[in-house]
Each structure stands twice: as structure tokens, then as C-alpha cells.
Design a protein around this ligand. Sequence first.
Ligand code: NAI
Length: 249
Amino acid sequence: MFTSKRVVITGAASGIGLATALAFARQGARLFLVDIDQVQLDAAATEARKHTADVHVFRCDLTSPEQVGQLKEELLSRMEGMDILFNNAGIGASGALTADIEEDEFTSVMAVNVVAVWRMMKLAISLMLEQGGGVIINTASALSITVMPGSAAYNASKHAVAALTKTATTEYAQQNIRINAICPGVIRTALLAARPDIKELEPQLLALHPIGRLGNVEEVAEAVVWLASDKASFVHGALFTVDGGWTAS
Ligand code: NAI
């Protein structure tokens, strides 16, 4: 379904990004995989090449405007543009209550989860306007719709991703750019494992999901691939939940 489509994925070295890269690879997409972690990125590319021939990697800290500028040059020289952006890289937070969050933590979460997401949207939209269209899927969260205590910076960042998604949809839908956000519930990935309070947190997280379990990365990847496809042609500006019923309850 995606043969010869140029798909750029950020945060592609791990978790949801990696699973989605492999899902697109299985459908013949041309991939441009971006992450800050070179070693895991190379491993991801090796996996993806088992399914599709055209796989490029670019190590990039998305919080750096200069590095994202280089990303654009590399992308243009290797693929001459992009048809689909899965704007997915993100980081979690420590679990501190609002008044206990350190300045550095708050600004880092915003730098990766909001500013870098906007920076990649800006890059993608400018290329897609020149090309005559494209698809963007931002990784938001169930925490773009509801909130969790001990996650103020993360909650705020993911609500901002929802706002960026909806705003850009209203601005560019008529230029054939389809922009949506995927809103996963809790998915077992490195980001979750990195929470210092994960042991105490896990039973509380389980209780949030009416389905009675956490999600897995493939369940998110399948939804992203569908959202990126022409089958989702009338889906614009959605906060598309894949959350085991969390935000419905
Ligand atoms: P992950 O930690 O497995 O993957 C995130 C990737 O982003 C990593 O490979 C990391 O190296 C990369 N990354 C982080 N900072 C970067 C930077 N400055 N520049 C370039 N790459 C960078 O985590 P996961 O869970 O797969 O997260 C992917 C997205 O899904 C994130 O936006 C996260 O907020 C979101 N999400 C995750 C949920 C979960 O329960 N795991 C639930 C809802 C949303």
C-alpha cells in the first residue's frame, strides 16, 4: 500500500517509532529513520531492511535547529521530499508533583515533546506545500485528553501536541495536507520503564484501562499506518485514541 511512499519517522530507534517503521517497511515504504541514538537506529535500519530496500538513517537531536536543518538537507538529497511524517520522538517525566518539578526537567520535556514536534511539522509542511500535499501524524497521548497527577510537564506537552495538530489542520487541510494525532494509552516501552516510580505506578496504570491490560507497540503502529493511508482520507485533525478505553471511562 505504501510502495515508493517516502516516510520519515522520528524516534524510530525504539518503542512505538520502531514498531511503526517495521509496519511501514512490511508495506514497501521508503524510510528515513531519525533518532538521537545512533546504535539503536542502526539496529532498527537493519531490521527494516529485511522488509524494504530503501532505508536511510539520520542521527539527530531534534531539539537542535541546526541538526534539523541538516536533516532537511540530507532528506532532500536522499529522497527529494517526504510524503508522510510520523512525528513521534518524545520523552517522559520523573513523576514529581507540579511544585517539585525541576526547571531543567520542565524545559527538557517541552523542548523535545513540543518545540521539536513543531519544528518537524514546520519542516514537513513547507516541503508538502511545495509538493502539493502529504500526511502528518503526531504522537500525542491519552494525556492530551485527560491528565495524570505527577505528570504536569508531560501532560502539558501532550496537550500542546493536540493543539498544534488541530491548529495546523485548520490551516492546511485545503492544501491537501492531512494532519492527525495518535493518542496511545500506556504502552510497554523504554519510556515507561524509565519512570523511577514504575513499580508503584504500574498497578495504578493498569486500573486506568478498562481493557485490563497495557498496550503493545504493534497495536499503535497498526493505527498509525491506517491513519497514514488513503483509507483515512476524511480523517483530519483527529485525536485518535488507541488506549484500551482509558479516555472513554
Ligand atoms: P521510547 O523511549 O521507546 O522511544 C522514544 C524515542 O525517541 C527513543 O528512541 C529516543 O532515543 C528518541 N528521542 C528522544 N529524544 C530525542 C531527541 N531529542 N531527538 C531525537 N530522538 C529523540 O518511547 P515510546 O514509548 O516509544 O515513545 C514514543 C512516543 O510515544 C513519545 O512521543 C511518547 O511520549 C509517546 N507515548 C508513549 C506512551 C507510552 O506509554 N509508552 C503513551 C503515549 C504516548
